[in-house]
Design a binder for this molecule. Structure first.
Ligand SMILES: [Zn+2]
Length: 531
């Protein structure tokens, strides 16, 4: 049986760019557009030409892609003609394959927000679609507040959708703009719309205000819609848009959808989706969501020993899909609850062949338990675990020794008469026979220590140039009678790999120092630096 084509429309660069705290540069937009194009989405909505210089620049020239590059904007303003509307002119002038107009479809909004008549709003839809088609563009119409509008006045909401379809719009997109519609309502309303307009011309644009944007997208699909709009990692205003990083694997890996629908994302591209998701986090300078379905670090992590031993026998026992399909990996957590089977599996994953009766295994398990009792958490620090295991079971070269370090924090009045706090670190490192001394200032003592430590590692310097600290987390724990500080540092390098290291001490600088050292040593090890 041949599968029906389902289209994916990404709006990370338009709706996603409206997120609080997100401000894409043109370079960011081009990078993300390339990531999306490689992934295989059908449409990339890249912005609102005329609304800001970045978006206008994006559309100033042709951006050759497999996906259809789409410009977003409003239909002509009420009371104006299409030839006398500068906003519309900017959209029509954009170098884009498709134009997605947004129009009101809720009579209440037409009256109150637009302050015009229902008929003038319909005329504006028709005129705008016609003008864009005359320019040779594929046309989409986003029906704003469609579901709320349909509940209030179904005939008028439908009339807006029909106006665009009858005028030749390729897609009519039903938007749950406020994000409050529930899946059973979406399924019912989309089903009713599909009796008036063929489903292969209907799209769904869901927002996540009840955390059901993904469910709403699938509800619309079941009811007949054949285009799904969403964003990478569910980026978007308020609680975000439908998350394509969750939708795509479900479409590809769940037989009830995979057998029925074909999408533009190949199996190979699906295998990189975790990297695409983390790539967006990198651009946004955010830590990745550990619990994100399919792609999160915890998505295939198992803690309890009994589950872990079953997973070793057959992964399908506790996994709904194979992690490799989405570019993720199985992770058996090394924690005080875990048994030898977790430990063995984790060692196997990092490439250690150890016999299950090897006495060193008990020593490693004891060491992990002892350390976790004083506040270490190796399940959150894969790289520190690997170093611990390698030190006990094999070898980690002693690349360098930190003979001493000195960190100072000074608050004073500067030359401009402002009160400033300055942190300084001096580090004395021995690399082979060379004694190297580095000093650095930082925006805090840990930052100063980090900068000084990585300033000069002599012959190893070239191995750590791509090393970057991407996240720093501190927790105060009550372990036993006194409070201790746990520091987790997430690092990344030029290859896009991420790893986490840990330090625990009653002193925050000490704890940070341990985690920094582990991160550097791990990077040297992974880069194959000679001992
Ligand atoms: Zn939206």
């Amino acid at each position: 049986m041949s599968r029906e084509r389902l289209y994916l429309f990404d709006t990370t660069l338009r709706d996603g760019a409206q997120t609080n705290g997100v401000d894409f540069t043109l370079a960011d937009k081009l990078t993300i557009a390339r990531m999306l194009d490689d992934l295989g989405v059908d449409y990339i909505e890249a912005g609102y030409p005329g609304a800001n210089p970045t978006d206008t620049n994006f559309f100033a020239q042709k951006r050759p892609m497999h996906a259809r590059v789409t410009a977003f904007g409003m239909t002509r303003r009420p009371g104006r003609s299409t030839s006398n509307d500068p906003g519309l002119a900017a959209i029509l002038a954009a170098e884009a394959d498709a134009i997605c107009f947004v129009a009101k479809s809720w009579d209440y909004h037409v009256r109150v927000a637009l302050e015009t008549t229902e008929e003038e709003n319909l005329a504006s839809i028709r005129d705008s679609v016609r003008a864009a088609k005359a320019k040779g563009r594929e046309v989409l119409l986003d029906c704003e507040h469609f579901f709320d509008g349909y509940k209030a006045n179904p005939a008028y909401a439908l009339a807006c959708a029909k106006a665009a379809y009858d005028e030749g719009a390729r897609w009519v997109v039903l938007c749950d703009t406020n994000g409050g519609t529930l899946p059973h309502e979406v399924e019912k309303i989309v089903g009713e719309v599909c009796r008036q307009i063929p489903g292969d011309h209907i799209g769904i644009h869901a927002h996540n205000d009840t955390e059901q944007a993904v469910a709403n997208s699938f509800a619309a699909l079941r009811a007949g819609a054949r285009q799904i709009q969403g964003t990478l990692n569910g980026l978007g205003e308020r609680c975000g848009n439908a998350n394509l990083v969750s939708i795509i694997p479900t479409l590809k890996l769940k037989p009830q959808y995979a057998e029925k629908f074909e999408i533009g994302v190949s199996d190979e591209a699906l295998g990189h989706i975790a990297r695409v998701s983390h790539g967006l986090d990198d651009i946004l300078n955010r830590a990745a969501d550990r619990t994100a379905p399919y792609v999160g670090e915890s998505a295939f992590a198992t803690k309890a020993g009994i589950h872990a031993s079953a997973i070793l026998k057959d992964p399908a026992t506790y996994e709904h899909v194979a992690p490799e399909r989405v570019g993720n990996k199985r992770k058996l957590l090394i924690s005080d609850q875990s048994g030898r089977s977790n430990l063995l599996a984790e060692l196997d994953r990092i490439g250690f062949a150890v016999d299950k009766d090897d006495p060193r295994l008990s020593r490693l398990l004891d060491e992990v338990k002892e350390r976790e009792a004083i506040g270490y958490a190796y399940e959150a620090a894969d790289a520190s675990f690997e170093l611990l295991a390698r030190r006990l079971l094999g070898k980690v070269p002693r690349y360098f020794d930190v003979e001493k370090f000195d960190v100072s924090v000074e608050q004073r009045i500067n030359a401009k008469g402002e009160r400033v706090t300055v942190s300084m670190a001096v580090v004395k490192v021995k690399v082979g026979d060379d004694l190297l001394i580095s000093a650095a200032e930082g925006n805090g003592p840990v930052n100063a220590l980090d900068v000084a430590l990585r300033k000069d590692l002599g012959k190893y310097q070239s191995y750590i140039t791509g090393l970057e600290l991407t996240d720093y987390r501190v927790r105060i724990l009550n372990a036993g009678t006194e409070a201790v500080t746990r520091v987790l540092i997430e690092s990344a390098d030029e290859s896009g790999d991420h790893w986490t290291t840990i330090g625990v001490s009653s002193n925050i600088i000490d704890a940070s120092f341990q985690a920094l050292m582990d991160s550097i040593v791990y990077k040297l090890l992974k880069s194959g630096a000679p001992a």
